[in-house]
Design a protein around this ligand. Structure first.
Ligand code: ADP
Ligand code: MG
Length: 370
């Protein structure tokens, strides 16, 4: 028996990178790519999970008893949906068992947030099936808790908020301190523009330790400046703040975070004024800051950005945590093909594996399909 079908999207972050753990601003939009869950309620306290996207025995079906769910991670992909059920129950919501079959078009591990899509689709389905009446921002927070505590991955709130709360034709301005949201019009097609996502298909293995080091450096910067988080340093106080920091590494981390928050605000102003092309240089500036100040880019991401700009793109940047994953490229629709081709050729000339390139139009957040 199928009780319903739900979908939740992956996302890309338009601007606002490494700002989330500094209480700052991010601006993701939902991809047309979704994780779809076909879900049937069951009343025997069992969660039965199957994924069409995992090969062989790893796909399941796996049967987990709800009263035996325990945080800790390390049990593979079922930790994500099991973590959602655990977080719901731990918060006191009465969810019972379910049969869930997943099928996704979100590339996994590409920095496009397949993990949040998997969590959010699970939470939304259970919210509807068990008539929990939960608000989307709350659902996003529970999903983050599932990922942080149950799976054991120290992520911010952006991915789950984007998957749960984005709307078609908009980017989502998220203030990660207040957890307030604003839908900012981002209609590329109406302006004759395209946004390409280039998944480099590389993930450099040192990324986790490097992430922790950046996070600690930002915290050290905030402490040295006597603020709760780097969000509290306004852009016009930056020079002053930098002059008070001795450690050159901390100084450049602070410079990135402060200027990046300011770039988010400038991007919003342009989009709200209908000046979509004007965000191109800000994207490129953001990339330079991530590359030169935050040191989280890599050869493959730089190659996408440099090649796209040479081929006539309006702007380009790495997106996501860095050290691989994906980049985004803003281009006139008329030259999108040429830009994509130039990137493919550049990768081939550098003897790198072919990247996956696709067009991303800002799409809807999680929803019930039937
Ligand atoms: P990202 O969120 O950037 O795609 P993560 O490492 O955070 O990368 O999450 C990827 C993991 O999420 C996969 O390794 C897998 O465990 C799980 N996952 C995502 N989508 C699916 C799916 N459709 N079926 C099963 N597991 C999935
Ligand atoms: Mg993820």
């Amino acid at each position: 028996m199928n009780d319903g079908v739900w979908a939740a999207p992956g996302r890309v972050n338009l601007i606002g990178e490494h700002t989330d753990y500094n209480d700052g601003f991010v601006m993701p939009f939902a991809l047309p790519h979704t994780t779809v869950a076909t879900v049937a309620r069951r009343d025997d306290g069992v969660l039965r999970l199957h994924s069409a996207d995992i090969d062989g025995d790893g796909a399941g079906p796996f049967e987990l008893r709800l009263d035996e769910l325990a945080p800790g991670g390390g049990r593979g992909w079922t930790d994500y949906p099991a973590g959602v059920v655990w977080a719901l129950r731990e918060a006191g919501h009465r969810v019972g068992g379910a049969d869930i079959h997943y099928e996704s078009t979100v590339p996994a591990g590409a920095g496009l947030s397949s993990s949040a899509a998997l969590e959010v689709v699970t939470a939304l389905a259970l919210n509807d099936l068990y008539e929990l009446g939960l608000e989307r921002r709350y659902i996003a927070r529970l999903c983050r808790r599932a990922e942080n505590v149950y799976v054991g991955a120290p992520t911010g709130i952006m991915d789950q908020m984007a998957s749960a709360c984005c709307t078609d034709g908009h980017a989502l301005h998220l203030d990660t301190r207040a957890l307030s949201l604003r839908q900012v019009p981002f209609d590329l097609r109406a302006h004759g523009l395209e946004l390409l996502v280039v998944d480099t298909r590389v993930k450099h293995s040192h990324s986790e330790g490097e992430y922790g080091r950046r996070r600690a450096g930002c915290e050290a910067g905030a402490a040295a400046l006597g603020v709760n988080a780097l969000r509290d340093v306004p852009n016009d106080a930056l020079e002053d703040a930098l002059a008070r920091l001795d450690d050159p590494e901390v100084r450049s981390l602070v410079r990135h975070v402060v200027t990046e928050n300011h770039r988010v605000e400038r991007v919003i102003a342009h989009l709200e004024a209908g000046e979509v092309r004007a965000i191109g240089p800000l994207l490129t500036e953001g990339h330079a800051s991530l590359r030169d100040d935050f040191h989280v880019s890599c050869r493959e991401l730089d190659l996408v950005v440099d090649t796209s700009l040479t081929a006539g793109a309006l702007g380009a940047r790495m997106t996501g945590g860095g050290f691989g994953g994906s980049a985004i490229v803003l281009t006139e629709s008329s030259s999108a093909h040429l830009v994509a081709q130039s990137v493919q050729e550049a990768f081939a000339s550098a003897s790198l594996d072919a990247p996956r390139v696709f067009t991303a139009s800002p799409s809807a957040g999680a929803r019930r399909l039937s």
